[in-house]
Every structure is written in C-alpha cells, then in structure tokens.
Ligand binder design. Structure first.
Ligand code: ZN
Length: 342
C-alpha cells in the first residue's frame, strides 16, 4: 500500500435514502440504487449497503485518508422524475434530509443540492435556499431532465434553462454535471449490448455531448463566471476536444456553434475535472497536460467505486507532492470555499 496522503476531499460521492421513494418518486428511475437490472448481484448488494450508511462511509474515509466527502443524491435522481410538481417537492425534501446528515457531521461531509430543472425558477430558488440556508456548496445535476414523460428531455443548454444559469452565476457556486444513461428512445446503437448504455460507456458519451452542447450554445460567453465540474477525468473530453476544435474549423460558419472562443479554452476556463471512477495514470497525465493541476480534483464515485482502490491509485501516482496536495485537497478548498485548511 502506498503512503496515504491525508486530508483528501472527494466530490462525486453518492447517497440514497428510502425517503426518495417515500416522497412519491419512482424508485425504478434510480438506475444505480433502486433496482438491480444490469448489475452483478454481489456488486449490487455491496453498493446498496453503502448508499445510505453513514457509519460505513466514515470507516472507509478514515481508512483511506479522506477528510471530507461532498454528498449528492445518486443518479438520475430528480432529473428522472417527469412530474414537474413532484420533482420540485422531492428535490426540496431530499436536500432537507441531506442537511440533517451534514449537521450531524459538519467536519466530514458537505453537500451538493438536488434541483428540479423541470421548473427552472423553482430550481434557482431551491439552489439559493440550499446554499444560503443549508450551507450546500453547489448543485449536482444528472444530465438532462425528463419533463412530462420518460422520453421527453430538456438539456441544460436549452433556452428555458438560461435563467437558472444566471442564478448559478450570481450565487457563485459550481455545478457538477453528472452522467446518466441516454434517453430511452435513443439507444438503438446499444441494442444487443444494453450495459454499454450505462456506466461502462454511455455515461461518458452522453455527458461529453451534453458538455459540447453547453459550449457550442454560447452559454459560457453569456455567463463567463460559470464553473462546471465533470467527473471521470472529464468524460473523454481532454482527449477528444482538441480534435473537435480541429474539425470545427472546416464546418460552415453558421453551424460551428455560437461560442466566441476556441472550444478547448472553455475546458480550461469554465471546467474542473475530477478523478471519480477513473484509475488510469496515462489518462490523468493527459488531463494534467490539457487543463493543468489547478483544475483537477480528487473524487472516488463512492460507493460505485471503493475508496480503497481509488486512494491506492491516487496516493501512488507519479506526480509531485505539490500537485497531489492541490488535486487531493487544496483546489477543492478553494472552489467550494470550505473551512480553513487543517
Ligand atoms: Zn457518480
């Protein structure tokens, strides 16, 4: 085992509480927590045991040098509730339930709010309440939101959502763009291989395209102070974005997107990238070269990944101690405005 780096802060860490379904939300929408469909039963049991057990979280954190976990409702969460009123109500109550956990362990946990983009104004109001009253550090959004039914989606670059982004910029908090599987009606390419639509591949493909939509919509030109966090070492974008930029040059001017700058610049100026669920040193070095050590953040993707495996990898990475401290702790302290360094 490598020497443990202490005081790590992890940002893509998920919980689930039975109250989610008690509020009337359909638990089957919770791919990760509600129903075991694609998963190996042993793995699924392991994950389920850890999605709501604070004692297990603390044990894992202590063993692996993790001081603070920023908790968020597991995917697709509120985004998968097509009923507008129920989505708004459930988000509010889940945030209240999470706030109770944070209050019991203020030195170990922080929270990302759940917000219901099915009602843009309510989402802005709830984020403001969660940040100013409950002390949350931002929001985590699981990709597109279902509105009305499971085959209708609203993506985050679409015009109604811009009012929400104005509120986010005003509040000065980051938004974590977390993956979810593609819309049910758009999975033809995965037919015969359904697991590929989920975390092995579909999560990254869906989230990378969603991110490109945000960039090409001109959102970051209108709201230049927005900060988006991507997991899984940037969902492939540090590797692919230079080619997107290269090829966009040859597209007709009116189809190249409304962004004012080269697309790779937005990744360096408006995005942070976490190590959640990624264990590949070569990919981390590529990400470091593309966006630099100030924009990388440690994360586990707990409990879908184990804190042990992620920490063993991270703590033995061939990077400088300065970069390990930045990625493991200092960048998160700054971005989330967490208490003074211990
Ligand atoms: Zn995750």
């Amino acid at each position: 085992m490598p020497e443990r780096s202490k005081g790590k802060i992890a940002l893509e860490e998920h919980f689930y509480l039975p109250s989610f379904e008690a509020y009337g939300a359909d638990g089957s929408a919770l791919d990760g927590a509600g129903k075991a469909h694609n998963y190996d039963p042993k793995y699924f049991t392991f994950v389920q045991q850890r999605l709501g057990d604070v004692k297990l979280w603390l044990e894992d954190m202590d063993r692996c040098g993790i001081e603070t976990m920023v908790l968020s409702l597991t995917q697709p969460g509120i985004q998968g509730i097509p009923d507008r009123a129920m989505a708004v109500e459930t988000a509010k109550r889940m945030n209240d339930d999470l706030a109770k956990i944070l209050a019991a362990h203020p030195d170990r946990f922080a929270g990302f709010a759940a917000v219901a983009l099915q009602d843009v104004r309510a989402a802005g109001d709830e984020l403001e309440r969660a940040v100013s009253r409950l002390g949350f550090k931002g929001a985590l959004i699981n990709g597109y939101s279902n509105i009305g039914d499971m085959n209708t989606a609203q993506y985050l670059d679409e015009p109604p959502v811009w009012d929400f982004w104005a509120r986010v910029e005003e509040l000065g908090v980051p938004v974590y763009l977390h993956p979810r599987s593609p819309l049910l009606s758009q999975r033809r390419i995965y037919e015969g291989y359904p697991v590929l639509a989920d975390s092995p591949w579909g999560f990254a493909a869906e989230t990378a395209v969603h991110t490109l939509r945000l960039i090409l919509s001109g959102l970051f030109d209108r709201f230049p102070r927005l900060r988006i966090i991507l997991g899984h070492l940037g969902e492939g974008l540090p590797f692919f974005l230079p080619r997107v930029e290269h090829r966009l040059r040859h597209m007709s001017a009116e189809l190249r997107g409304r962004q004012l700058k080269p697309v790779t610049l937005y990744l360096r100026e408006n995005f942070y990238v976490t190590t959640a669920g990624h264990f590949r040193t070569q990919a981390l070095i590529d990400t470091l070269l593309e966006i630099g050590p100030d924009r990388l953040l440690y994360s586990v993707d707990y409990p879908y990944e184990t804190a042990q495996e992620q920490s063993d990898w991270f703590d033995s990475l061939p990077i400088s101690d300065t970069d390990r401290r930045k990625i493991g702790r200092e960048n998160a302290l700054q971005l989330l405005r967490l208490g003074s360094p211990s």
